[in-house]
Design a protein around this ligand. Sequence first.
Ligand SMILES: [Ca+2]
Length: 200
Amino acid sequence: MKKMTCLLAVLTLLAGLALPGCSRGEENIKTIVTVVPAPEQTRAERPPCFPDPADDYIPLPETENLAEGKPAETGAHTDVYVGKNINDGKTDTYWESKGFPAEVTFDLQGTYTVSTVAVCLNPSSIWEPRIQEIAVAVSTDGENFTEAAPAEKYQFDSATGNRIRIDFAPAEAAYVRVIFTMNSSSRTGGAQAAEIGIYE
Ligand SMILES: [Ca+2]
């Protein structure tokens, strides 16, 4: 009988611990809520010892990116790094050509006076610094192209956002062709671009 009493006592104790809402558990729980008002801010705040890396990024024009969502024609690509990655708005997707020279031709679907082309890689420091040689040509009919910016070597570095901008004399363009002739990265035999932007 004594054993039975002890067993019932144990079962009662276990049931009290296991059942949700059991008053035995709630008595020992104190909830402390501290409301902290969010400060007025428009960007992430960092202490001085953690400078925002974006502050050192090469600035891009704040005007409309004319390449966004427009048809882009590229040559052969490497592996899964297809041409549509070049203006999908994401820097974590990229196009990689199969060899050189490598060209990307954008149809702006309208005539604009363009003066800047930006080429971006993934800003992650996993991408080691590299140099790519790039030229820009423009056309109003998609057939006859004239040079807007001659081939030059551009330094890509995650410290400056892994992006470069090519500024040139304003030129009428319905089509913009970006021509890559060299990439110093030993990991690829072709050109690489995560995003290309075109601006007036
Ligand atoms: Ca992309």
